[in-house]
Design a protein around this ligand. Sequence first.
Ligand code: URA
Length: 261
Amino acid sequence: MTAITQVAGSAPGPAGRGTKVEVVSDAGHRREELKAVWEQASACQKCPQLASTRQTVVFGAGNADADLMFVGEAPGAREDERGLPFVGQAGRLLDQLLGEIGLERGDVFIANTLMCRPPGNRDPLPQEIDNCQDYLFRKLELIRPKVVCTLGNFSTKLLRGDPTGITRLHGREEIRTIGPLALRLYPIFHPAAALYTPRMLETLREDFARLPELLALDAPPQPEPDAPPEPAVPEPELAAVTAEPGGEPEPPADDAQLGLF
Ligand code: URA
């Protein structure tokens, strides 16, 4: 298999603070590269507290060539035990909503803003979001989804680089340049927030129902490889991110179960 790689120059904010990022075009090689990022992430020690309290690094799971990628907040207890994202109650709702639009987990990729469970399901700290963001940006670059659905405030604020909250933004798609890629962002409520609030569930379902229409659109035009990088996400904005719950518990996942790549 031939790798078509293109060095995209200094990667912008999210992805990069001036580091050179390789845009790998060949699907097989992107999958291999994703595995390499996974291995690197699995040993991550950037957040001393999270590294000492986690059971597993929840890298993300799903189809490495997915057109649709979800980005949640952070693993909860169940996710931490199993090494998989969204395997608790919120995950079951996510599965249900996916089913209602004719999709299943194997069609999408699911990741989180943080890969490690914050103890007691506390909110992710700005420094933790900062430490984890390059992994997320690399996933986006390698999977290259047509639509990135941010679930709740944390991922929405991070990927938009703006503190506007999910209540104002949900259901409104927009094109954002993240690293070397232009992506269609689609913020929606976090499924955990809809679990016990029927009105929010209704809104989430309505927003979900638009996903097939967005997926049918062409991918947004990509920036020139030499375009000047986007500014880095300013730290104070990350601090403005507000709360949303994590997940919940089951046995450790083996690689095959991760369904990745
Ligand atoms: N909530 C999240 O944001 N992510 C998970 O993986 C589970 C619950």
